[in-house]
Design a protein around this ligand. Structure first.
Ligand code: GLA
Length: 383
């Protein structure tokens, strides 16, 4: 990966104090489409990230360049509006807006962004960009922010871009610990590192169908959230945590998307609990089974999978994986594949031969990524 400090110098010239921040992408192991209902999730941070080199400016200009997406510049005002849908400047604006909301607008930056995370893959590259840029703006303004303060503004920032997501991606990117999955709870906010047992291995395998967050995927995603919330309201619960106390509540709903969403959300929350305990007692068979169940629920109840992801999950298990499921928002993007570490080469080989063989666009470095659990931005070694 190019050093973003070099890009910064090439684009904006040398001189001044240069900082570097990096925020990793994540692979969600289990707990899908439930963070925005306040229920716990279990992601890992990847060892791939968005890296930003930046220098503070004396005025309010924010200028940024990214290898794949070009250069952008705008004035940091206290009330920023989004720019054209799908433009990467929205992520920079979301970060600036997140900082303004908590601390007010400050001095701008010149910045260069470099990434080794595939975009639109369900690996949270967009949240990693918002996290990294937010940390950059804070550092340029000499503001020390706590994890809790960041979590108050970052998920909101994502909604600025258009998806009404939850807080999983930001929490994972910030607070993960190397070698551990993070059990993230939202009410109240907490992150508990769960050590991954020795000999467990994960891959993020791309379906080769991209899942752009703008457009149709955004509408579908927001519709799932709305259906889940409508079900809750119809049943008269104040929250999903309260709904979990009444296991038979779904019987009071008529068949349809609301009931399906409710069933997905409540069953997925139970699977997260069971997955944590399987991890803690080193039971890979049970953990894999839970991943497969999660995928089936996302496919059949929430209907956020697609034929490519279903096939990928099926082939992964036929090639020796103990479990696999779509990870992230769905509608394309990646599946997380779980197997014994010693079986990783065989599973990888099997996927290449049976899933990717006829796809000329397949690039192993971008589409079949070893997912070793890395540290979040708050715990990374300083560059
Ligand atoms: C996206 C969102 C997350 C989460 C997942 C689905 O990645 O950003 O907050 O809702 O979808 O689990």
């Amino acid at each position: 990966m190019t050093d973003p400090r070099e890009r910064l110098r090439e684009t904006f010239g040398g001189g001044g104090e240069t900082w570097l921040v990096s925020a990793p992408g994540r692979v969600n192991l289990i707990g899908e489409h439930i963070d925005y209902h306040g229920l716990p999730v279990l992601p890992i941070a990847m060892r791939r990230s968005i890296r930003v080199a930046f220098r503070a400016r004396a005025d309010r200009q924010i200028r940024a360049v990214s290898a794949g997406y070009g250069a952008r510049a705008f004035e940091w005002t206290p009330e920023l509006a989004p720019t054209a849908a799908g433009d990467w400047e929205n992520y920079l604006r979301a970060a600036a807006q997140a900082v303004s909301r908590q601390w007010g607008a400050g001095v701008g930056v010149d910045a260069a962004v470099v990434s080794d995370l595939p975009p639109a893959a369900g690996l949270s590259s967009s949240s990693a960009l918002i996290v990294a840029f937010t940390l950059g703006l804070l550092r340029a303004n000499r503001i020390e922010a706590s994890f809790e303060q960041l979590m108050e503004v970052l998920p909101e920032g994502e909604q600025f871009v258009g998806t009404r997501g939850g807080g999983m991606d930001h929490a994972a990117s910030l607070a993960s610990r190397a070698g551990c999955a993070s059990l993230i709870e939202f009410e109240p906010l907490s992150v508990r590192p769960i050590p991954i047992p020795e000999g467990w291995g994960f891959l993020a395998a791309h379906s080769l169908q991209t899942a752009e967050k703008s457009g149709r995927v955004r509408e579908e995603y927001n519709a799932r959230r709305a259906a889940g919330t409508a079900a809750l309201r119809r049943l008269g619960f104040a929250s999903y945590r309260a709904a979990m106390e009444e296991p038979k509540a779904a019987e009071r709903l008529a068949a349809g998307p609301e009931r399906d969403s409710f069933l997905h959300v409540t069953s997925e929350a139970l699977r997260v609990r069971a997955a944590v305990s399987a991890m803690e007692r080193d039971d890979p068979g049970e953990f894999g089974r839970l991943l497969l169940e999660s995928h089936a629920s996302l496919r059949d109840r929430l209907k956020v999978s697609c034929p490519a992801l279903d096939r990928l999950v099926e082939i992964a298990t036929e090639c020796g994986a103990l479990g696999a499921r779509l990870t992230g928002g769905g509608f394309g993007g990646c599946a997380v594949v779980f197997c014994r570490e010693r079986d990783l080469p065989a599973v990888r080989r099997g996927l290449i031969d049976r899933y990717y063989a006829r796809s000329p666009e397949f690039d192993e470095d971008q589409h079949l990524i070893g997912a070793e659990p890395g540290p979040g931005a708050l715990h990374a070694q300083k560059a």
